[in-house]
Design a binder for this molecule. Sequence first.
Ligand code: GTP
Ligand code: MG
Length: 277
Amino acid sequence: MTISWYPGHMHKAGKELRKLVSSTDAVIEVLDARIPAASSNPILREIFKDKPTLRLMNKCDLAEAGSTAAWQAYFSKSEDTRSLALSRDKQSLSNSVLDALRILTNNVRSANTQRKQCVIFGIPNVGKSTIMNALAGRKLAKTGNEPAVTKGQQRIKLNEAWTLIDTPGMLWPKLEDQEAALWLTMTGSIRHSAFDAEEIGWLAAECLRQVAPESLKTRYKLEALPVQTQQLVAAIAHATGSLTKGGLIDGNKVAQALLNDFRSGKMGPLSLESAPT
Ligand SMILES: Nc1nc2c(ncn2[C@@H]2O[C@H](COP(=O)(O)OP(=O)(O)OP(=O)(O)O)[C@@H](O)[C@H]2O)c(=O)[nH]1
Ligand SMILES: [Mg+2]
């Protein structure tokens, strides 16, 4: 199975984004703190490559703090880029984001006479609309725990200084790195109809065995992890009651249970991708 998801609306969203480039002063790239590089869309970065960029590592509550700190140190090396780590509690978000945008655009001559324009972009389901709502201090954009909730651009006048534009989550046509594609599936950026759940369940179980064996043991009350994937999946199925009426393993159900547990942080904070050293 090759993991891929690039529906027509993403192609259209890309075209619409290109139209914004000339009038944009800065961009916010929203990343998933569990997979900061794998959640960066190369097409979007190329479109906005000349713009001052604030990278927000979102969903930090679901990532390991040490890993997020290492990524932040890594990102801080590139010029014209600042990075911040954010979690569901976005109380202090406004000031730090606005400060970062101000510093980034201090020397930028804006094409806009009134407010500067900032585009929020990133892959699906990473938290773009949630961040825009937090910055605005009210729920203007629809959010939801599934990819492709935002279907079109949404523009708000944030204050006297800034216009913000929320955009639809975008992936890219070919996910060359299939390990990264698995991570995108696990974190919830690929719609469930685009993959074979049973197969992803197996791959996710193997991935978590490598990354977080202790978390798997604790969550599913396993004394030891079975060596074979089939037995590992069977153990998780028994622990989560993912069985058919006849008592057989229900491959779809166990995959869903495992993905739900990972996505909602029930295995504790877990980072899948390490920062380059
Ligand atoms: N745990 C956690 N969940 C978050 C955080 N930020 C957003 N979410 C949740 O992630 C889901 C997706 O949020 P959205 O803001 O709709 O994401 P989006 O990037 O706008 O998604 P699309 O519009 O589909 O591309 C929602 O269920 C949010 O409540 C966070 O910091 N931590
Ligand atoms: Mg959205």
